[in-house]
Design a protein around this ligand. Structure first.
Ligand code: AMP
Length: 477
């Protein structure tokens, strides 16, 4: 089957050929003919399957066939709306639309939050046929009167499950009544939890259902392995692995924004060119980091889940899960960034003792037991025990009154094997600094306990406050 055989018009076929889309992907083969009839569609597919073209091509074709698009000089009205959860996805979809509509007169615009609205509202004023938007900015510009949706005939809800994860579902529900009732709805989601199923049922009328690569099967073409490594050693192991991956494109996932920056700083100190992307970075710096990465000026990018969602980087060699995600489906989304469009890919995970239950969940979901790899870093036990000797030496050097005792200790030590030299000097230094704390006068137990409780309460309050802020911020990326 070719795009031509699907009755796709010549200008679109030409644009697709220029992008080297010689044959449709599985989701496109199933979705395009159904959507071309104007039917609603329920697509179970994730990024990487070619789903953008699966919804974009039938929309473009229908808009081209609509006589209003032929009228020269007629003001452009938004006739297709694509709603997607993140800025990166929105930009990527709009870039694909630019490619697919290259030889047509259709106009497309993208709007998303986190940047000034002026250039977006200027474009909207000039008129557009296809609008790609994130929910927050869309509602915002609608409330300011820049956008009307009464002419929308095609509506795409992209990554519906992510919308739910990111707390956008209420925004989506607020938007739905603003759309005309008579329209084609194309609903895409990688997974179908109950709430998404209910939303799909409420939105779609007699939809065609197309399904490719349920979340767990994309993993079969990706070679996956795991290192059991404790948290304090992860950075060192990462640096070692990356130094061995020189020239390859590696996407590293960190669970937190702070973690991403931390890793990036460490790797830079180790001479590895890398950048981090997350919700605290400006849109410009995220775009710059992405294009540096895409164009090969940097080989390593460290991202949080939300910033990385939907990133489409050709020839991404390796996905490295520095932290395991809490939700096993997220693991599948993460590693789906490699091994795209049928190419083989690699995924490596780091798993600390406390992450083992997450690893089990991932293995349960994917049905694949990750290959266990061994590293040659010293075990934590080794790094913990060796510095004790240093501590003892330090205390002895500082306390002349204990000289005699120290001598006896030394005599006892002489009979022992010398301590193994530390392979990881950083950890040695950290542990050896600790005794300073013991020099402080001991506090009475009761006071200390209540102080500990107070400080634990404060930390908990602060961390729950910052977690709330964090989740609010991330939601509104
Ligand atoms: P998507 O799932 O839409 O993000 O697409 C994933 C990747 O596959 C993108 O790089 C697309 O450009 C590419 N792609 C989509 N459809 C095709 C096709 N028919 N042939 C080759 N590559 C494609």
């Amino acid at each position: 089957m070719t795009f031509k055989q699907m009755n796709i018009s010549e200008p679109v076929c030409r644009a697709l050929l220029e992008k080297n889309y010689s044959t449709p992907t599985l989701i496109q083969e199933q979705a395009i003919p159904e959507a071309l009839t104007g039917r609603d569609l329920l697509g179970l597919a994730q990024t990487g399957t070619g789903k953008t073209a699966a919804f974009a091509i039938p929309i473009i074709e229908q808009l081209l066939a609509d006589p209003t698009s032929q009228q020269k000089g007629a003001p452009r009205k938004i006739r297709a709306l694509i709603l997607t959860p993140t800025r990166e996805l929105a930009i990527q979809i709009d870039e694909s639309l630019a490619d697919y509509t290259r030889y047509t007169t259709l106009r497309h615009t993208v709007i998303f939050g986190g940047v000034k609205q002026k250039s977006q509202t200027d474009e909207l004023r000039a008129g557009t046929d296809i609008l790609t938007a994130t929910p927050g900015r869309l509602l915002d510009l609608m409330s300011q009167g820049f956008i009307r949706l009464d002419h929308v005939r095609h509506f795409v809800l992209d990554e519906a499950d992510r919308m739910l994860d990111m707390g956008f579902i209420h925004d989506v529900k607020r938007l739905l009544p603003k759309l005309p009732p008579k329209k084609q709805t194309l609903f895409f989601s990688a997974t179908m939890p109950d709430s998404i199923d209910r939303l799909a049922k409420s939105l779609l009328r007699n939809p065609a259902r197309v399904e490719v690569t349920p979340a767990s099967s994309v993993v079969e073409i990706i070679s996956q392995s795991v290192y059991r490594v404790e948290k304090p050693q992860k950075k060192e192991l990462l640096a070692q692995l990356l130094l061995g991956e020189a020239g390859h494109q590696v996407l590293v996932f960190s669970r937190t924004k702070h973690g991403a920056d931390n890793i990036a700083r460490y790797l830079s100190r180790r001479g590895i060119t890398c950048e981090s992307i997350h919700g605290d970075k400006s849109q410009n710096s995220r775009q710059r980091a992405l294009s540096n990465f895409k164009e090969g000026r940097s080989n390593v990018i460290i991202a949080t889940d939300i910033a990385a969602r939907g990133i489409d980087i050709k020839g991404l060699d390796l996905v490295l899960n520095y932290d395991l995600p809490d939700v096993p489906e997220t693991y599948v989304h993460r590693i789906g960034r490699t091994g795209r469009a049928g190419c083989e890919g690699r995924a490596i995970a780091f798993c600390s003792g406390e992450e083992v239950p997450m690893l089990r969940e991932i293995e349960k979901l994917t049905g694949i037991k990750l290959e266990q790899r061994k590293h040659d870093l010293p075990s934590l036990e080794e790094t913990k025990t060796a510095p004790v000797v240093n501590v003892a030496r330090k205390v002895q050097a500082k306390a002349p009154a204990d000289k005699q005792q120290g001598k006896q200790n030394n005599k006892r030590r002489e009979g022992r094997k010398p301590a193994e030299p530390l392979k990881n000097t950083q950890q040695a230094t950290v542990v050896a600094e600790k005794p300073k704390r013991h020099n402080r006068p001991a506090k009475p137990i009761l006071a200390r306990e209540s102080q500990q409780k107070q400080s634990a309460d404060k930390t908990e309050q602060a961390s729950s406050r910052s977690a709330k802020l964090r989740s609010r911020y991330e939601n509104y990326e």
